[in-house]
Design a protein around this ligand. Structure first.
Ligand SMILES: Nc1ncnc2c1ncn2[C@@H]1O[C@H](COP(=O)(O)OP(=O)(O)OP(=O)(O)O)[C@@H](O)[C@H]1O
Length: 571
């Protein structure tokens, strides 16, 4: 290109019009070709980038979804969603753009340097020194920028978290009149973000100033040194033109390399967490294929089970050597003060967490022969949860979860229509009649039918009351006809009439023709559990009383005190 440019300029000056027009035609042709190539290249890179972002986000999402549940206790939703969104976008920018620009400019710079050295190495030396100074300044700035990028990413995630929390809890914010405080909380993170961002911008300004000064200095130096060489007849005017052009190329390429490296470092700083997440292994529950029984009867046994949440290891165990046996088709209610560990039992049953036992030395060994072991050998076990006599962790996890219907304290429904919510996770094909059957069992059919779009109504918080959401969640748990039904405070938001019907439904269900089932009820409202076959009373992670309603009342322990307190508050 510079050769053609120089040829056309020189030929025009010498009046060789034919050579000039040939050079001009070639120049125009080259411009068109280079335009087409650049357009194609940009288009290809943009497309590659889009595909890359999609793949990155999909695989990172898959990594997250298969993580152990304790991972979600320690990470915030805001930070995970920002990893999935902006960080993946940045990472793909690094791979699709920065690296390619760095390589291209490095090749251009090397070419210019070789040409300069061929022209005159003593003249090349000052330009090389300037390029090295540029690289040193950048390495200092780059290190700072990487740190700043990491901080900015963290503050951004915190700000997102606050916004997400406040906007999703807007009713509570309005009820407590804390709009101002929430704006202030968000602003605090924005202030932190702005503080780092302003300092980073100032550093960028200093870096740009250094570069531009050195760039202009190179131009002046090239003209000065070149001029001296021409006066001493060491260079021809054509060589001077080349010298100035190559100097500009070299310094420009150096700038582009370090500038793109800076963007690369910034993105790498921000994307370290993405790499970290991708390094995590999925929960081993999904890695091994466990045993699938022909039929789950619903016998459950907790043997010396101790547990503490991974995020609170240093504290006292939430469950302390718990022993509990539940027979198939039994209705067992678990009651106790708040925080006594009732929901934790369910978490362990669903294998959301793994039980631990730090108390092995105090525990007698229980010998147990599993009929499912191929060898039939005796297995020494000191703590375990058994399902139909088989250790829980030997069962296929997906199969197990299909067999357990679960309604949690918060009826978590998805932003889809009611029908899809009811059949959510159901392992078999279901007909509309099955969905209606489940809704009727949960006393939800009547209110669903009265909605303008019936079962096609999209679930959203404003449309449905807490009790209605809870009934849909109960219908969802009942639809697959589970062998074990777990209701963790599932009636807390129901009105008295629905609750009354549901009490009958729970008991009807276990003797229902479809199949029999084990039911575990966790309830604060003790009126719902009076008719349970057995009531388990918990305190501080231990079972302190067990029996039916009448037996426990006669005992005069915690259960009778709780009943008394509730009766008093009702009165
Ligand atoms: N994911 C978690 N991470 C850390 N600690 C937890 C977690 N879930 C519960 N805990 C703690 O474990 C203890 C027992 O909680 P659990 O939910 O089992 O009690 P609970 O008897 O069901 O209480 P409630 O009746 O109020 O629902 C509590 O102190 C609680 O703070």
């Amino acid at each position: 290109m510079p050769r053609i440019l120089a040829a056309s300029v020189f030929s025009a000056n010498s009046g060789e019009s034919a050579a000039f027009s040939r050079s001009s035609r070639m120049l125009i042709l080259l411009l068109i070709i280079s335009g087409i190539c650049s357009g194609l290249r940009s288009g290809c890179f943009a497309m590659a980038n889009t595909i890359l972002v999609k793949r990155l986000r999909r695989s990172l999402y898959a990594y997250l979804v298969f993580q152990d549940i304790s991972f979600f206790d320690m990470e915030t939703v805001g930070s995970l969603t920002s990893r999935l969104g902006s960080d993946c976008q940045r990472l793909s920018h690094v791979i699709g753009n920065d690296i390619h620009l760095i390589i291209r400019n490095a090749i251009q710079g090397t070419g210019a340097l070789i040409n300069l050295l061929t022209l005159s190495w003593p003249l090349t030396l000052p330009t090389l020194i300037i390029c090295s100074v540029l690289a040193i300044i950048f390495s200092i700035y780059g290190r700072y920028q990487k740190r700043a990028a990491k901080l900015m990413q963290e503050f951004n995630a915190c700000a997102n978290n606050v916004a997400q929390e406040t906007l999703s809890l807007m009713r509570t914010v309005r009820a407590y009149g804390t709009e101002g405080e929430e704006v202030e909380r968000y602003k605090r993170w924005l202030d932190e973000l702005a503080f780092v961002s302003i300092r980073e911008s100032a550093a960028y300004g200093l870096w740009s100033m250094s570069f531009l000064t050195l760039y202009r200095f190179t131009q002046v130096l090239a003209v000065l040194l070149g001029g001296i060489c021409i006066m001493n007849s060491q260079l021809s005017p054509e060589q001077l033109t080349k010298y100035i052009l190559y100097c500009e190329w070299l310094i420009y390429a150096t700038w582009r390399v370090v500038d793109n490296s800076s963007s690369l470092l910034q993105s790498i700083g921000a994307c370290e967490k993405v790499f970290h997440l991708m390094d995590l292994l999925p929960t081993d529950q999904f890695l091994s294929q466990g045993v699938k029984l022909q039929r789950l009867m619903g016998n459950i046994q907790f043997v010396n089970v101790s547990f503490h949440y991974p995020s609170r290891i240093s504290q006292v165990p939430i469950l302390d050597r718990l022993n509990l046996a539940i027979q198939a088709n039994e209705v067992v209610a678990i009651v106790g003060l708040s925080g006594s560990g009732k929901s934790t039992i369910v978490n362990l049953l669903l294998r959301l967490y793994q039980p631990v036992s730090g108390q092995v030395s105090f525990v007698l060994l229980i010998y147990y022969v599993s009929p499912y072991h191929h060898t039939g050998s005796m297995t020494a076990v000191c703590w375990q949860i058994y399902m139909d006599g088989l250790p829980l962790d030997e069962l296929d996890i997906r199969w197990l979860r299909e067999k357990i219907g679960f309604v949690g304290q918060e009826p978590d429904l998805f932003n889809m229509d009611i029908k899809s919510n009811i059949k959510y996770g159901c392992p078999r094909e279901v007909k509309d009649e099955d969905i209606e059957w489940a809704a009727k069992q949960a006393h939800a059919h009547e209110f669903i039918s009265s909605l303008p779009h019936g079962y096609q109504t999209i679930v959203d918080n404003d449309l449905l009351s807490g009790g209605q959401r809870q009934r849909i969640a109960i219908a969802r748990a009942m639809l697959p006809d589970p062998a074990i039904l777990v209701l963790d405070e599932a009636t807390s938001a129901l009105d008295a009439e629905s609750e009354h019907y549901l009490k009958g439904v729970f008991h009807g269900l276990r003797n229902e023709s479809r199949s029999k089932r084990t039911i575990i009820l966790i309830a604060h409202r003790l009126s719902t559990i009076k008719t349970a076959d057995r009531i388990v009373v918990m305190d501080k992670g231990q079972i302190i009383e067990m029996g039916d309603h009448t037996e426990l009342l006669q005992k005069g322990g915690l259960y009778s005190r709780l009943i008394g307190a509730q009766a008093k508050s009702m009165a």
